[in-house]
Design a protein around this ligand. Structure first.
Ligand code: DX5
Ligand code: ZN
Length: 216
């Protein structure tokens, strides 16, 4: 399991301190939600904050692009130091263009992930599963932290895990939204490899919350 605290729920008046606490915990990744106020009705942070994160801690930054134009922003966030880029297929809605974005990200040696809104048919993932490093299952509607975990995410994780076993695919399965020790356990049992957790980590003692997700 990899635990990826989402800094969307961090205390921004104390960001460096909180980042250092995450670094001192067992967490391996920082999850970095970029929202443009267009694909979803929230605006988060951009490359200046990513530079600050990279300067403060030596950690893998998992950029989740919750934006309408990932084809434009992928390069910008890779230039700023993202180690992984996950984008919404439902922001592009075009197989050829999505495949070419996947190729471009991989070509830069950056890990590539894909995701969909929680209600979208899972078969939309099929054209990409041999090409990506990660498939992100959204267990909330993207946009805000602190929402309730959607139980239907479990079936989606199981579906991706079955498919992976049957075809020897190598993608990792990540779950994002409403993760705590209880929902994290359900995801881990269903086959998830990476848990993103925002409010659960930052509204509790960071180290203990992270440890609880490693000891499910
Ligand atoms: C929401 C983001 C999540 C968010 C999760 O759109 O993608 O990464 O930070 O927050 P919690 O863990 O509080 O549901
Ligand atoms: Zn996210």
């Amino acid at each position: 399991m990899i635990v990826a605290p989402s800094i969307l729920s961090a205390d921004f008046s104390n960001l460096e301190k909180q980042l250092k606490e995450v670094e001192a915990s067992n967490a391996e990744w920082i999850h970095f939600d970029v929202m443009d106020g267009h694909f979803v009705k929230n605006i988060t942070f951009g490359t200046d904050v990513l530079h600050a994160v990279k300067k403060s801690v030596n950690m893998y930054v998992d950029a989740h692009l919750v934006v309408s134009d990932p084809e434009y922003y992928a390069d910008i966030f890779m230039d700023a130091g993202a180690d992984g880029i996950t984008f919404h297929l439902d922001a592009i809605n075009n197989i050829e263009r999505s495949l070419s974005l996947i190729k471009k990200i991989k070509g830069r040696g950056v890990n590539v992930g894909i995701t969909l809104y929680p209600e979208v048919d899972l078969h939309e993932y099929l054209p990409y599963l041999t090409e990506v490093d990660l498939v992100l299952v959204m267990s909330i509607k993207p946009g805000f932290g602190g929402q309730k975990f959607r139980q239907d995410a479990i079936e989606r994780v199981k579906w991706l895990d079955e498919l992976r076993k049957n075809h020897n695919y190598t993608y990792k399965i990540q779950v994002d939204g409403g993760i705590n020790a209880e929902t994290g356990k359900l995801c881990a049992e269903a086959g998830a490899d990476i848990l993103v957790a925002g409010s659960y980590v930052f509204k509790n003692d960071i180290k203990s919350a992270v440890d609880s997700l490693y000891n499910l």
